[in-house]
Design a protein around this ligand. Structure first.
Ligand SMILES: Cc1ncc(COP(=O)(O)O)c(C=O)c1O
Length: 389
């Protein structure tokens, strides 16, 4: 049977994510590969959801999500990021930030529209733009500029088809952040060239060195042209609950909700109850986790530089992005051999963009014991490579 004639050309054109083989769980293998918290969801949050099941709260909610959760999202965003959204028609609860991203793109993009995607960045951006019918326009960032997006990067890629800019800060895979002042420059180009922004702020709570995340929508004149996507996965150690949200001007949101209505209906009610608890009461537990990530971050960056793999200081998310260029290998060769010879799983930077070719993405949401042992092995491997050079 010729299945290929049944499968759509759009889906066939997508490259499968090349990073699964590095998510190794085999015995003896230490993985710094998977980008999710090593903590379980704080117990009080899980308890709230369990209690709601015992209370027989097992039904559909409004398409928009539980009203009390939307109110909690507004209060939380207001307190933490100085944002204000009307729970009635400006906040939609989704199944993970993943769905929020998909809805945002499908709502904004017409066939052939250009969507600017800074690279390296999260693996789903490019395929999602293609699935939405848009054209991904990749904007390469550099380690020299600390992987920050600059005004000229946008100007160099503008065409008369450019409609949407994806803002990926704090960033997976580099750990880069942008300050409010740096983002203000971007906002000027956005306004001048009449662009719309999808700001993925999933790692907004995970920033270090006292640098608080500034939401793109909180910049002057940007609320009206931004969809903020966010969720509880990373900050509250809730990846498996699949709960996110998207916020934006009601004119766009009342269109966007239609896709959700017909495809997802609503996010699972138990996860919504858990998320409400997290946003209302979970901040202290989240801040404890962030303190622990920060200790690991400082340790890991120092060790990489000591080993001779130059690592720029990530100030957000829970990733480090060291360069392996000095070893004579590219990231993929390095990661393959490291897994085979030292049983350490890391992800080659190229999985996040061509310009990540000589880098590795290291997730430090692992126990300090695992990180220490992984670095002993990486050091041994680099020494071996140096002897062979
Ligand atoms: C930058 C970024 N955005 C979105 C997602 C999807 O997150 P969620 O679990 O909320 O769907 C991820 C997951 O790794 C991510 O790294």
């Amino acid at each position: 049977m010729d299945y290929s004639k049944f499968v759509s050309e759009g889906v066939k054109s997508l490259k499968p994510s090349g990073i699964r083989k590095y998510f190794e769980n085999a015995e003896g293998v230490i993985s710094l590969g998977v980008g999710e918290p090593d903590f379980a969801t704080p117990k009080a949050i899980s308890d709230a959801a369990v209690q709601s099941i015992f209370n027989e709260e097992t039904y559909y909610t409004s398409n928009w999500g539980l009203e009390s959760l939307r109110e909690a999202i507004n209060e939380y965003l207001n307190k933490r990021f100085n944002l204000f959204y009307n729970p009635e028609n400006e906040i939609l609860v989704t199944t993970g930030t993943s769905e929020a991203l998909d809805l945002a793109l499908r709502t904004l993009v017409n066939p052939g529209d250009d969507v600017l995607i800074p690279k390296p960045s999260y693996v789903a951006y490019e395929p999602e733009v293609i699935l939405a019918g848009g054209k991904p326009v990749l904007v390469n960032l550099t380690a020299e500029n600390k992987f920050k997006l600059r005004k000229e990067d946008i100007l160099n890629h503008l065409t008369d088809k450019t409609k949407v800019l994806l803002m990926p800060y704090p960033m997976n895979p580099t750990g880069a952040i942008m300050t409010k002042e740096e983002m203000m420059e971007i906002s000027e180009v956005v306004k001048e060239h009449d662009l719309f922004v999808i700001s993925d702020e999933l790692y907004g709570e995970l920033t270090y060195n006292g640098k608080k995340h500034a939401s793109f929508a909180s910049l002057p004149n940007m609320r009206e042209r931004t969809l903020v996507i966010n969720g509880v996965s990373k900050a509250f150690a809730m990846t498996g609950w699949r709960l996110g949200y998207v916020c934006g001007p009601s004119e766009v949101m009342t269109q966007l909700v239609k896709i959700h209505q017909f495809t997802m209906l609503c996010a699972p009610i138990m996860a919504q109850v858990a998320a409400e608890h997290a946003l209302r009461f979970g901040v202290p537990a989240m801040e404890e986790m962030v303190k622990i990530y920060d200790k690991r971050r400082r340790f890991i960056v120092d060790r990489f530089n000591e080993i001779g793999l130059t690592c720029f200081e990530p100030e957000g998310a829970f990733y480090a992005f060291p360069s392996v260029e000095s070893t004579g290998l590219d990231g993929e060769q390095f990661a393959d051999r490291l897994l085979a010879e030292e049983e350490v799983a890391v992800v080659p930077g190229i999985a996040f963009g061509e310009n990540g070719k000589y880098f590795l993405r290291i997730c430090y949401a692992y126990s300090i014991e695992e990180i220490e042992e992984a670095l002993v092995r990486i050091e041994r491997f680099v020494k071996k490579l140096q002897e062979q050079l």
